[in-house]
Design a protein around this ligand. Structure first.
Ligand SMILES: *[C@@H]1O[C@H](CO)[C@@H](O)[C@H](O)[C@H]1NC(C)=O
Ligand SMILES: *[C@@H]1O[C@H](CO)[C@@H](O)[C@H](O)[C@H]1NC(C)=O
Ligand SMILES: *[C@@H]1O[C@H](CO)[C@@H](O)[C@H](O)[C@H]1NC(C)=O
Ligand SMILES: *[C@@H]1O[C@H](CO)[C@@H](O)[C@H](O)[C@H]1NC(C)=O
Ligand SMILES: *[C@@H]1O[C@H](CO)[C@@H](O)[C@H](O)[C@H]1NC(C)=O
Length: 582
């Protein structure tokens, strides 16, 4: 028993230098050295594609597969050659030089990279529903330096390039090398929807911070960026047909996203295999629109807010006001045609609708669910039809079907945050689900309160000021989550993926990277590779920790301020038992 125990750790140690995050379905590596330099011929379906540093692919929503691939190759080679790192944190203390390949004698360089896409992209490749794109790929690198990528879609090529770029390291005295040839990888994702929820209403996030997040998503093979674009706190999204929304509702002039910003973010994302899904939360979380449209909102400024909403300020769309429909028609007629060329989904919100606010609503006047629910049903039916008419599939938060008993269409994707039991019950009812289980995947949790407590009773009651969803979701907890836990096979199929949540009450561009990375990578591996390995066993931290520590260094070298997961004492030697709990 004991010797088995040690044998399995020895095997883990031996495989941990394989270095790919998220772990591919199958991978085998060798121990031959290859170097890589500037002048690497690359072909795509037989034709040369020159790579260019900082290449900006040409084309909007109809960008060609070739341009997508050319952009991907250019980014991957730039990361390999310019943004690499000397891995002294991974090798035993003061042993780096001994592990580096000799600079003397013949150097075998990567001599060519051949990329073959086996099936032409379709219009859905860049604005897919879950399951529309085959992201699988094969990657081989032989000892003579011939590298080959085969993929079904341009998205699959990007995923292959993300793996390829992780095979190389910076030599402390010389060029870039890999010690892993020959390499054979065959890979495909476990889940179709692998995302991040970014909240740009509680805190305005500059466009560059969104770009940087999309960059890191591509490295992590993640493919959905859910932008929670508006909420009760601020309205940063410019709607040209209703300019008063941002003119009165943005935090400050300039703290907004113009239609050009929106198109640029979407374009940047599809070039990296990421689909942006915008959310305008309705009918709750809509308070700030009271600054421009006071007659459409109920509960703005209601006090004490704890009676009327989950956090200040309160405010919901009135539920029986005939002026709300034309307002939403105008809003959606402006926004959805700009979203639809780049995305198959639009998120309609629907979380935390507070019925007490309808007691204050002159068009409703009660919190009685016998009155409110039928009105809510009407609201959702009409609103989802707006989304469908624009050629998009609606998404909603789970409360709409699960807490308020509102009936939704079979097409709708439900975002669940309330945990395993909620997912079980939603999938039992046949809903397609993505999970953001707050017990595991809310990245804002466990950092303490952002509310202030006056001295006295509330200070004493709330001391030491924990937040509602602590403890902190560290990467180990995030990694332990199985989105399909406890489901039947049929139910499990309906879980199309998940999103980590980064609610921004206490997140802005200063701490964004550290909040997201590398913890989101842990969710990224669950979503790409699955919580279970090929043998049906839970993946272990002992395999993941060295690879994640390494991947963190790579993200850092590429300009994302990912946090450390362990001190160097634990990572040097890539032996996970150095810091094993016992
Ligand atoms: C490299 O791998 C080969 C084949 O597995 C093995 O025989 C050889 O000892 C290895 N060399 C080193 C330096 O590890
Ligand atoms: C990858 O290789 C496997 C095994 O040879 C093959 O079945 C599969 O179709 C290949 N995938 C791609 C994307 O070429
Ligand atoms: C509805 O309003 C009444 C009267 O204001 C209040 O007593 C009751 O607690 C409210 N119901 C809910 C579910 O909040
Ligand atoms: C929804 O249905 C459940 C089960 O019948 C019930 O307990 C709950 O009160 C209902 N909620 C509303 C808002 O009607
Ligand atoms: C995987 O872990 C979960 C809890 O984290 C546990 O319930 C389950 O039994 C484990 N599965 C296996 C196959 O060990």
């Amino acid at each position: 028993m004991l010797s088995n125990f040690f044998l399995s750790f020895a095997l883990l140690t031996a495989t941990s230098v394989q270095a790919i995050w998220p772990i591919p379905s199958t991978i085998s590596t060798g121990n031959s050295t290859l170097w890589i330099g500037e002048h690497l011929p690359v072909t795509y379906n037989g034709a040369p594609i020159p790579w260019v540093r900082d290449y900006i692919p040409f084309g909007g929503p109809k960008i060609s597969a070739k341009e997508i691939v050319k952009g991907g190759v250019s980014r991957a080679l730039k990361h390999i050659l310019d943004d690499n790192f000397v891995p002294w944190k991974l090798y035993p203390r003061l042993q780096l030089e001994k592990t580096e390949p000799s600079l003397h004698g013949h150097k075998q360089y990567i001599s060519r990279l051949e990329i073959v896409q086996t099936v032409a992209d379709t219009p859905d490749t860049l604005r897919p529903l879950a399951g529309d794109v085959d992201e699988s790929y094969n990657l081989t690198v032989n000892v003579h330096g011939y590298a080959k990528i085969t993929a079904v879609s341009s998205t699959g090529v990007l995923r292959a390039l993300a793996s390829f770029s992780q095979l190389f390291f910076q030599h402390s005295q010389g060029p870039i090398y890999s010690k892993l040839a020959p390499v054979t990888i065959s890979d495909c994702p476990e889940y179709d929807h692998r995302g991040i929820l970014m909240d740009v209403s509680r805190s305005y996030l500059p466009v560059d911070a969104i770009y940087r997040t999309i960059d890191a998503m591509e490295w992590n093979k993640m493919n959905r960026l859910h932008i929670h674009a508006t909420d009760s706190q601020s309205w940063p999204l410019e709607i040209p047909a209703l300019p008063e929304l941002h003119e009165k509702g943005a935090y400050a002039r300039g703290m907004t996203y113009t239609p050009m910003n929106v198109a640029a973010i979407q374009t940047y994302a599809i070039q990296r295999g990421v689909e942006v899904i915008f959310e305008i939360d309705t009918p709750g979380h809509f308070g700030v629109a009271a600054l421009s449209h006071p007659d459409l909102i109920t509960g703005w400024g209601a006090s004490p807010w704890t009676t009327y909403c989950a956090e200040p300020p309160c405010g919901q769309l009135q539920l029986n006001n005939p002026d709300v429909d034309p307002f939403l028609d105008t809003l959606m007629d402006d926004l959805l045609p700009r979203v639809a060329p780049y995305s198959a989904y639009f998120h309609t919100g629907g979380d935390e609708v507070n019925f007490n606010e309808y007691s204050l609503d002159p068009t409703v006047g009660t919190n009685d669910s016998a009155v409110v629910v039928p009105l809510l049903q009407k609201f959702i039916d009409k609103h989802h039809d707006r989304v469908r008419r624009a050629g998009l599939v609606p998404m909603v938060w789970e409360e709409i079907p699960a807490s308020y008993n509102v009936t939704i269409g079979d097409d709708v994707v439900v975002q669940s945050w309330l945990g395993d039991a909620a997912i079980k019950s939603l999938t039992e009812q046949g809903h397609k689900v993505i999970t953001s289980n707050y017990n595991y995947w809310y990245l804002d949790c466990g950092r303490g309160q952002w509310l202030n407590f006056a001295e006295g009773e509330s200070f004493e009651e709330n001391y030491p000021f924990n937040d509602w969803c602590g403890p902190t979701k560290n990467w180990r907890l995030i990694y332990s989550y199985n989105p399909r836990a406890g489901l039947t096979e049929a139910e499990a199929k309906l879980v199309v993926g998940g999103e980590v949540g980064a609610w921004a009450e206490a997140i802005d561009e200063v701490n964004l990277d550290g909040i997201l990375w590398p913890r989101t990578s842990a969710a990224g591996e669950v979503l790409w590779s699955g919580r279970l390995d090929a043998a049906g066993q839970n993946r272990t931290q002992l395999d993941a920790a060295p690879r994640l520590a390494e991947f963190r260094e790579r993200m850092l070298a590429r300009g994302v301020s990912a946090e450390p997961i362990q001190m160097v004492f634990c990572t040097q030697g890539m032996d996970p038992t150095t810091c094993l709990f016992q």
